[in-house]
Design a protein. Structure first.
Length: 461
C-alpha cells in the first residue's frame, strides 16, 4: 500500500472531508468520464514525466518535502498538469482552488484571495490557486496576481499549453518556477489504457473487456501523447463493443472512436513557430522529404497557405539567393498558382516550390551582404553622396560641382569606368562575397573581373 497521500484530503477541522477532494475537482462518480475517474490519486499511480517525478527529480522532491513554491506547469494537453498540481496541494495540506482563465475574471480572484486570508486565519491552512490555461489571462489579470503571489497569500500553480516566455508577463514569470511536461510516450499511454481496463473500481475492469494489441497500439500512437484523449477513445470504443456482441475492442472500434485526428497546433503560438522553423531549416539543409513533411503538417493543421507562400519567397532570397536566381521566380509562381487553383490543388504548387528550394544550390551571400550594408548605412547616415555621381539638373548645381568628372560607363572600355560609387567613409569596403555554388560561381568570376577592370588592370571578358 502506498504511503503517498490521497487526493481525498482533510476538512478545515483536520478530519476527513466527506466526499471532498482537496484538488477541487468534482467527485468522479460512475457517471463521470473514464478520464476523470482514472485521474491518479497518488504519485505511485501517476504514469510518465519521469524527468520530473522520478526518484531525485525536482517535482517529486517538492511533493515529498511539502515545500511548494509558485509554479508554472507547461506542457501539452493530457500530460498531467492538473493532476500534479492536485498532488502538490494535497501534500502541503492546502486547499486547492481551481480557477479557469477562460470563464472566471478578476472579481473571482478577489473572492479567492479573501477566502484564502480567512482560511489561513481560522485554520492555518494555505491555499493553492490553480489557474488552468493561464496563457489566456491578459496582462492586467496577470498583474493583479503579482502582489498576492509575492506576499505568499496564495501559492500559484498555473497550467499552460503555450510557451510561458511568450504568454506570461515577465514579473509573474520571475516569481514562479517553470516545470516542463512532455507529451506522454506511446508505451505510457498504452499502460494507462491497460490500467483502465483492469481497474474494477474506477475503470472498465468490471465489464471484462479486452483489447486487441493492434487496437491498443493505434490508441497509443494516435492520441498524440494526450492521456485524456486516449481514455476518451478507449471508453467510446468499449461502448461500441458493448453495444454489439461484447467482443474484444478491435481496430474498427478504435478508428470509429478516434474519428479525425487533429494535429496539435496553434497558428499564433509556439508550435506555429516551431513548425515553420523546422520547414525553413529543412529547406536550408537541402532535405526535400523533411520540407514536404513540415509543409504538409502545417497545411493539414489549418495554416494560411499564403503565409507559407510568403515564407517560401523569403527562403528563396535568404537561403538560395543568387546561387539560383530562378528560385525567387519559382516561389512567386507557386504563390500565383495557389491563388489561381485554390485548395487542395494549389497546395501542390507550394509543395513543388518547397522541393525546388530544397534541391537548389544554397547561398546566403545576398542576405549577409545586405545586413552588413544596412549596418554601415545606419552607422554613416550623413555620409555625402560623392559629387561626381550627383544629379545636376540646374546651373547652380553644376557650378557647385555636381556631376563633375562623372564617367559614362557605356562609353568606357568594357562598359566599366574607373571610378567609385560609395562615400569616402566606406569606399574601400566590400559586402557582397558570392560563393562558388550554382550561378554565384559565375557571379563571382564576373565580379572579380569587374573590380579588376575598374582598377584598370585588365579587360572584362
Amino acid at each position: 500500500m502506498s504511503d503517498e497521500p490521497s487526493l481525498f484530503g482533510t476538512d478545515d477541522a483536520g478530519g476527513p472531508g466527506p466526499g471532498s477532494r482537496t484538488d477541487g475537482l468534482p467527485p468522479a462518480g460512475r457517471d463521470a468520464p473514464l478520464a476523470a475517474r482514472m485521474r491518479p490519486r497518488t504519485l505511485d499511480e501517476f504514469v510518465g514525466q519521469t524527468d520530473l517525478v522520478g526518484d531525485g527529480q525536482p517535482l517529486r522532491e517538492l511533493i515529498e518535502t511539502g515545500r511548494v513554491p509558485s509554479l508554472i506547469l507547461w506542457g501539452p494537453p493530457g500530460a498531467g498538469k492538473t493532476t500534479l498540481a492536485g498532488l502538490l496541494a494535497t501534500r502541503v495540506e492546502a486547499a486547492f482552488v481551481p480557477f479557469s482563465a477562460v470563464t472566471d475574471g478578476i472579481p473571482r480572484v478577489r473572492e479567492i484571495l479573501e477566502e484564502a486570508r480567512a482560511r489561513k486565519g481560522a485554520t492555518g491552512r494555505g491555499t493553492v490557486l490553480f489557474v488552468d490555461e493561464i496563457h489566456r489571462f491578459n496582462r492586467a489579470q496577470q498583474d493583479a496576481l503579482l502582489p498576492h503571489v509575492e506576499r505568499g497569500a496564495v501559492t500559484l500553480i498555473g497550467a499552460t499549453t503555450e510557451n510561458p516566455s511568450f504568454e506570461v508577463v515577465g514579473p509573474l514569470l520571475s516569481r514562479t518556477r517553470v516545470l516542463v511536461l512532455a507529451a506522454l510516450a506511446p508505451d505510457e499511454i498504452a499502460e494507462i489504457c491497460r490500467r483502465a481496463l483492469r481497474d474494477e473500481e474506477r475503470g472498465l475492469g468490471a465489464l471484462g473487456i479486452v483489447i486487441e494489441p493492434d487496437a491498443l497500439e493505434r490508441i497509443a500512437v494516435e492520441s498524440d501523447g494526450d492521456a485524456r484523449r486516449a481514455l476518451n477513445a478507449l471508453e467510446t470504443a468499449a461502448d461500441l463493443t458493448s453495444a454489439e456482441t461484447g467482443e474484444a475492442i478491435g481496430l474498427r472500434h478504435v478508428e470509429a472512436a478516434l474519428q479525425k485526428r487533429f494535429a496539435r497546433y496553434d497558428k499564433s503560438g509556439e508550435e506555429h513557430f516551431n513548425l515553420i522553423s523546422a520547414l525553413h531549416k529543412s529547406i536550408r539543409g537541402s532535405d526535400p522529404d523533411a520540407a514536404l513533411y513540415w509543409l504538409a503538417r502545417m497545411l493539414d493543421a489549418g495554416e494560411d497557405p499564403m503565409y507559407l507562400a510568403r515564407r517560401l519567397v523569403r527562403m528563396a532570397t535568404e537561403d538560395v539567393g543568387l546561387a539560383d536566381p530562378r528560385a525567387l521566380e519559382r516561389t512567386l509562381a507557386a504563390r500565383d498558382a495557389y491563388h489561381f487553383l485554390g485548395s487542395p490543388e494549389g497546395e501542390l504548387a507550394l509543395a513543388q516550390a518547397a522541393i525546388y528550394l530544397a534541391l537548389a544550390p544554397k547561398s546566403n551571400a545576398t542576405y549577409r551582404a545586405y545586413a552588413e550594408a544596412l549596418g554601415r548605412a545606419r552607422e554613416t547616415p550623413a555620409a555625402p553622396v560623392p559629387l561626381h555621381i550627383r544629379n545636376a539638373p540646374t546651373r547652380l548645381m553644376k557650378d557647385l560641382g555636381y556631376g563633375a568628372g562623372y564617367r559614362y560607363d557605356h562609353d568606357e572600355r568594357d562598359g566599366v569606368a574607373s571610378q567609385s560609387y560609395l562615400p569616402d567613409d566606406v569606399e574601400t569596403e566590400i559586402w557582397y562575397a558570392p560563393t562558388e555554388r550554382g550561378w554565384e560561381a559565375e557571379a563571382r568570376r564576373r565580379l572579380e573581373a569587374i573590380r579588376a577592370a575598374r582598377a584598370g588592370s585588365e579587360r572584362l571578358d
